[in-house]
Design a binder for this molecule. Structure first.
Ligand code: IPE
Ligand code: IPE
Ligand code: MG
Length: 228
């Protein structure tokens, strides 16, 4: 595939860990564990392919309403997973950007994540954005509040973009959701105005490189018109 057919920014709703586990009579957390491996493999694949930006939806604002034990398991997995994967991200020159209300995380999970983000902040390879405690509506409301605090009364679309967590990141070209659900679940509402969508039937733990390639091939065949 030619480089120009590659999306510059891929965003992924990593869904279906629980059902993947249920199908195997395993606890939901077992699905999240394998899902973390899929995440690492996907980051590797995108970085190797030369994708400039990868954004993943790891934990939504609404996911706080899950059972406390699942929330804790997810926090632990993400915090330990990112720390463990740091050397590889250093080797691949990956820049990390956390997006969401990270302050809601307990200090013991938040600190390691922020530390890795800081250490990788000067890297110049692929930018990996991880949405944690993230909601698209919450992000837009936060942007308006930031603008109000700046005393803005006349607000432009550029002002809003510049005050989102994603400030400085181009809008996603391709948004992928796994697990056969056809909904957006509060993901990148503002940024995905003209994104191409791709829905994969497989659960997230089964989303391998060939599935990623299928999504990119589908994207490459599409004609984007932007209303013209
Ligand atoms: C995605 O898998 C991971 C998170 C939302 C944190 P789910 O946990 O939503 O799995 P399903 O959708 O219930 O199968
Ligand atoms: C979206 O998946 C959030 C993440 C993948 C992190 P959910 O499983 O939370 O979404 P719904 O509940 O099916 O809409
Ligand atoms: Mg789900």
């Amino acid at each position: 595939m030619s480089q120009s057919a590659l999306p510059r920014h891929i965003a992924i709703i990593m869904d279906g860990n629980g059902r993947w586990a249920k199908k195997r009579l395993l606890p939901r957390t077992a699905g999240h564990k394998v899902g973390l491996d899929t995440f690492v493999n996907t980051v590797d694949a995108c970085s190797d392919m030369g994708i400039e930006y990868l954004t993943v939806y790891a934990f939504s604002s609404e996911n706080w309403n899950r059972e406390a034990s699942e929330v804790t398991a997810l926090m632990e997995l993400m915090s330990r997973g990112i720390t463990k994967y740091e050397p590889e991200m250093v080797r691949k020159n990956i820049r990390l950007k956390l997006m969401g209300d990270i302050d809601r995380f307990e200090e013991k999970y938040r600190k390691p994540l922020l530390d890795v983000q800081e250490r990788l902040s000067k890297n110049s390879g692929m930018t990996l954005c991880i949405c944690l405690s993230y909601g698209g509506r919450q992000e837009i409301v936060r942007a308006f509040n930031l603008l109000a605090q700046q005393g803005k009364t006349e607000i432009t679309a550029e002002d809003i973009s510049a005050n989102l967590y994603s400030a400085g990141v181009p809008d996603p070209d391709l948004v992928i959701r796994t697990s056969g659900e056809y909904r957006i679940s509060n993901f990148l509402l503002w940024q995905s105005a003209y994104s191409e969508y791709y829905f994969a039937d497989v659960f997230w733990p089964d989303f391998d490189k060939s599935e990623l390639e299928k999504a990119i091939e589908s994207y490459a065949k599409r004609e984007r018109r932007f209303g013209r």
